[in-house]
Write a protein that binds this ligand. Sequence first.
Ligand SMILES: [Zn+2]
Length: 254
Amino acid sequence: MLLGWKSLSILILAFLTTALAFMAGCAKELQTCTNVAKDQRASFMAPLVRYPVYIIPDKGTSQGDGFTDAEIGSIAGTVREWNTVGQKLFGHDLFRLGPPGAVPEGLRNGDPHDCRQSIGDQTRFYVVRETNTDRWAALGFNASIPGATIRCSAGAELSQQVIYLNPNLVNANQFSSVVLHELGHAAGLDHSCMSGAGKPDYVGCDKIKPGHPYQLAVMFPSLTRGNESVDPEIKDTLKPNDSERTQCLYNPQQ
Ligand SMILES: [Zn+2]
């Protein structure tokens, strides 16, 4: 995806979910969430059912390296960032980082969209590290996608989810930005605007100008990769729009 107002290379932080479940989740939130602009009212998915939810980072196997200590430190920082917002808005942590664990083989070699796999539940999910080019492609991601969150829902309720990260596809300084973004999906936020045309209650990204709160948000769907004249774009703290939407999803009455 290339937005018209940017000529630099763009990387996409993919978001994938089961469409029907997504719609059901939206309808439920639309009834209660009035403190978010109308053009973002369809930008929600099923929230976490209970929290904090435990995150199991990939410890690696013969097929994958697992996260480095520095990457684990970055993930821990993004968990703290989301929890700070959760505590402030509704008095709870959203996530808790558990010790690294062995990732089920099906998450490396199977169809990540197969919601019949037992790949976690409402209380815990895996974060998979995959840097092998062929396996990344086999999972359905291209080189412009450094991270993806796949959620499975039963009705309007989240049943399980998994995050995939490929640190090789991002500047090392941008790794935290990617993880922070994916944890936003894991919490139930869709993008701050919709890639493509948009719809009345979910504005298209091509309508958003640089500097707009939706573009500044961590949950904007792309980051500038940067080049020799422009630094890589960093978004490693949550922005007002991210907080407002989190409040809408978890504490809509306030
Ligand atoms: Zn995304």
